[in-house]
Design a protein around this ligand. Structure first.
Ligand SMILES: [Mn+2]
Length: 326
């Protein structure tokens, strides 16, 4: 039984490495902190190590400073690792190799449809709104009583991964979980305020630059962010999280594509679908990426122009395939 395996995994180990994906979002940070706080309550030693720093918008969570981005010292003992919200081990950068080389077992807790089941124990619930919701379910099944701080971290993950309860992954169960979190004292209004209404003026300026690039081709909206825009706006690179969702406000589009140029020239591509019949996880997987059916992404060193063309073709292909199947 899976919950029993997780229970043993936690009980039999004393020190844990917790990690999550590059470009950490609210679900990554929320699930990590909730797990870490609980393990510490159980007198475990915990190291939270991420490939990239915590975005400013999540630094209202009291424990964010516990998240480190450097390799642990050689002499530190780590018995086990927990990968949270990581569909694919490429998304944790050097950390997967580090863990494998040391022979540290992995507990994989996730909700991505594209999860490659790389763990020694895999808890992958594709129906869950978020990894944070998975954590809630696990704690509940193990009879763990949650404190207010843990509830707040879980709520942060659920709010952000459901787009404030508006995406398809928002289920009846998600609301039931949130009702319980609310009973535990989580103030959803002030939490949303911290997450969404504390942007810097620089990040809004950056948003205006990004939105000015918009073009719509065959029902797909394309927007882009360049290194130059980051410099001119004065915003931090991680402050563009969620920009793609603004584009989805256009009524006449079915999908949105957001290109982000990194300082090494790599392009990170975020794909969003408003149309249930268009599965962007399938598009992302063509380019060796992954995610969810309505939100996915991949990385590439090709130019934005080349990628735009290839993505258009990919969309056409999955649409014709769909037509044929009827
Ligand atoms: Mn997630």
């Amino acid at each position: 039984m899976l919950f029993q395996d997780i229970n043993n995994f936690i009980n039999e180990n004393q020190s844990f490495l917790i990690t999550s994906h590059i470009e950490p979002d609210g679900d990554a940070i929320g699930s990590e902190l909730s797990m870490a706080i609980q393990l510490e309550k159980m007198s475990k030693r915990v190291f939270i190590i991420n490939p990239e720093p915590v975005p400013k918008r999540y630094r209202f969570l009291r424990r964010w400073k516990d998240i480190e981005i450097k390799k642990p010292r050689q002499n530190i003992r780590i018995d086990a690792s927990i990968f949270l919200d990581v569909g694919n081990t490429k998304r944790v950068s050097w950390i997967f190799d580090f863990v494998k080389k040391k022979g540290i077992p992995i507990l994989n807790i996730d909700h991505h449809v594209s999860n490659s089941l790389y763990g020694d124990i895999n808890y992958v619930d594709k129906e869950a709104s978020s990894t944070s919701e998975c954590i809630f379910d696990i704690f509940k099944a193990l009879g763990i009583k949650l404190n207010g701080e843990i509830c707040e971290c879980i709520a942060t993950g659920i709010i952000t991964d459901t787009g404030r309860f508006s995406f398809k992954n928002t289920s009846e169960k998600t609301f039931r979980v949130c009702a319980e979190l609310s009973c535990c004292g989580v103030d959803f209004s002030s939490l949303s305020n911290y997450i969404y209404n504390k942007r810097s003026i620089e990040s809004i300026r950056l948003l205006s630059f990004v939105l000015s690039t918009i073009k719509v081709i065959e029902g797909i909206a394309f927007v882009q962010l360049t290194q130059r825009m980051i410099k001119e706006s004065g915003a931090g690179e991680e402050e563009s999280e969620g920009f793609v969702n603004y584009v989805l406000a256009i009524g006449d589009i079915k999908s949105a594509v957001f290109f982000r140029e990194k300082s090494n020239g790599e392009i990170r591509v975020s794909l969003r679908s408003k149309d249930e019949t268009i599965n962007v996880n399938r598009i992302a997987s063509i380019f060796n990426g992954g995610g969810h059916s309505q939100a996915a992404g991949f990385r590439s060193f090709k130019s934005m122009k080349e990628l735009e063309l290839e993505i258009l073709i990919a969309f056409q292909n999955i649409e014709t395939k769909r037509d044929c199947s009827y």
